[in-house]
Design a binder for this molecule. Sequence first.
Ligand code: ADP
Ligand code: ASP
Ligand code: MG
Length: 418
Amino acid sequence: MRHMEPTFDTVVMKFGGSSVADAEKIRNVARRLVAAKERGLRVVGTISAMGKTTDGLVALAREVSPAPDPREMDMLLSTGERISNALVAMAIHDLGHEAVSLTGSQAGIETDGAHTKAKIRHINPHRILASLDESKIVLVAGFQGVSAVTKDVTTLGRGGSDLSAVAIAASLGAACEIYSDVTGVFTSDPRIVPDARKIARISYEEMLEMSASGAKVLMLRSVELARNHGVRVHARSTFSDEPGTWIGEEGMEDAIISAVTYNTQEIVFTLTGIPDRPGAAATVFDMLAAEHVNVDTIIQNTVHAVAELSFSVPADDAPATRRGIERATEVLGAMTVDEDAGLAKVSLIGAGMRSHPGIAAKMFRTLADGGINLQMISTSPIKISCMIGREHMESAVRSLHAAFALEREPALEESARG
Ligand code: ADP
Ligand code: ASP
Ligand code: MG
């Protein structure tokens, strides 16, 4: 069935760091924005920092200070996007069009005060709208906003330009296009699985699980916001015109399994010697929540009235996790703390899992056949994740992709569900 695409008079076009890595690429992005304008659209560009600028700034801050002040970190990191947006505006001027670049604050992006992982609270798009009314292409620095309370510059978390773009699209009622160095969302990271296949349409639900389990092609929170506001996102290539992937209410494919993802950016903490009484786990996770730690997989075991608790957190949250554990110790007494940074999580995602038993068994069998030991397992209705040794990550991803034949278009009979 052909879906009727709604028509929009405004488009938000987001370009990632690799799309603006050098001067020629900046001119290319300017040409794409101008081409949209010449097709009659009102155009907002949201540009990430050039290449690996943000990584460089993070590394520089850590060279200067082992635990950089979060407010100053945001002052520093937000400069990357100011540079690239200003440069794109200049390149647009040279193509004979008017353009204006705005910081997140100038664009009216208001956030809470959680530096380096701020949440967007509200957008006042009047300045964007005024410039669009003047027929300008508006460039909004992605990844940043301003705290509604302190008026300090904030950043939205790594990959946050995707979130900026979706939020602006939602506030303008605009179409949202996310341009990057891949042609869309694939059945696995094409850098690891050369025969990964582009997915034409994927549901918010599946995309959320993919982003949550490591597929960085779209930032998790951008998918959440898109789902909450019904923004259909078109993820596509900066370097070609081919159609990309549509993320929306419905996936087109009735595949049982849609994708294999991986995450090598997590650390597993294990706490032993926790008293086995009601409230012990609550205390640990309260303290972690107070430090804004995003806990993923959790496993608890109890032997002889002493509990052992393992959980994974993003590597970036490790210092905050240590602080949280420290505070939990003050309440619960001393415990042994182990950290394992040598693991990777591989995940299998598919809405069809709900109605097809045996997927977990096939996944575990495939990994076992590759001699891969499973350290932790977690599931959701449409995802199974296994924590394994990091040295096995690539072979695990490739063998799972092959075992579930994800390189092939899903066969018609597979679509008969329930
Ligand atoms: P940008 O800098 O444009 O925001 P990212 O590097 O954040 O781009 O995201 C694009 C990258 O995501 C690709 O280069 C690809 O290696 C990686 N990736 C991981 N999983 C997937 C997937 N399932 N489909 C497409 N790309 C993926
Ligand atoms: N420049 C920021 C980062 O590298 C935001 C983004 O690229 O989306 O995380
Ligand atoms: Mg990104």
